[in-house]
Design a protein around this ligand. Sequence first.
Ligand SMILES: [Zn+2]
Length: 477
Amino acid sequence: MNWNKATQQQKLKYQQASKIWLSKIPLFEELTSCDNPMCKSQQHIDMLEQFYNNIVEALKGAASEVLINSPKQKHNLPRWNKDVREKHKAARRAYLYWIDNHKPKSGPVFDIMKESKKEFKYALRACRKSQQKCKVDAMAEALWNRSPKKFWQNIRKSKKSWFPSTVGGETRSKVVIVMWRKHFSALLNSSKNCEIGNFVHQNIISRGNFEGIDELMCNSFKIKPLLHKLPLNRAAGKDGIFAEHIFYADSSVCNHPSSLFNVCFMHGKIPQECMQTVILPICKNKNGNYRPISLATIISKLFEHYILSCISPLLATTDNQFGFKPKHGTDIGIFLLKQTVSSYVCKDTPVLSAFLDASKAFDRTNHNLLFAAKLIKRSVPMCIVRLLLSWYRQQTMQLKWGTNYSSPFTVTNGVRQGGVLSPYLLAVYLDELSIQLGSARVGCTVGNMVVNHRMFADDICVFSPSISGLQSSEYLW
Ligand SMILES: [Zn+2]
């Protein structure tokens, strides 16, 4: 399935086919009308799994009907510059005109065809010679035309990772995958006392306080604006559903996930297939540095976007955190850091800074602390905490190497890989430290304000005009 190369007509046909396929999904009335948040019916859980599978099958079935095959390779390669494209167009026009004129072997029509072909070939050769320059030109052109999609496509192509034939001296992919599984399974189950303890269970499930669950109920109007947040042109999750399957489907597609999400809230459970995450270790460079990429299922991502839209005000972090906030970014964080430093330097006072790497925090987040201490404390509705808790306890990961998958394994620490909510949860997790540091009277001050650290996600910079100040800030971490 190649959505990237699907024509407008194919997308339209898919939309029509999806309407028919989606309308055939059974309504599961008994399940969708269940309004008991303490429901323990195994039959309902089984129906929930079936409901998810039916949605996936309908979307895949509609797409297979339309048969999105890769069309013939177009000559319009992205690395062609404007000159080559124009020459190619002219040559093509002249060629078709020559054919229409019964392919004369001489005369003006033949000469124009030959000349334009030559010009195109020259332009192409020149372009290939300065391929690097052409790549940059194509990117500049995309930027100039305000086509960020094209621009980032080019960037991704220029940074294409490669698939190594050996890992740690091992060439057999079945052995490599076992090595990777061992590595990630150990990393994501590394913290001690991380099993979600009885505390959270007792406080959530036995209390049964599910006030406000009605306000969280989802409908297709709430889902529709979230579809634009799904990333197109990316790999599919384990269930084979691409974001395009939902994005290009008939508008009735919103009805099914919204009903599914409501059932999940009510029963505190996500379908097992929906929770599957695939980890791909991607080789960054030839020195053997790997970066894991996690692929969650698209419907789980849509669900997380919905949960985020419900609870984002409760996930607020200090002004020193510049990650995951609208209109914030590394540039603003760096600008403010530079301003603070220069205000000291102007007064002939040096500023010492330390950059702390908390990147492992992502993998080692303590679930007990995250759910019990952070989310409940922030008054995140109990039914959402219960759902996330069940998600974290029952999620499974699988490694993918080439075309092979490892056996699934469970995870006891770290925020969910590939999850939409994960960076926000990590920011909440680290927020306590930012609060403590902000209230400590150490480090730089601007006016009456203590400005001693800046954070962008898990990158932290602490600074102080004195060594002792810096040391006491670091001590807090
Ligand atoms: Zn039920």
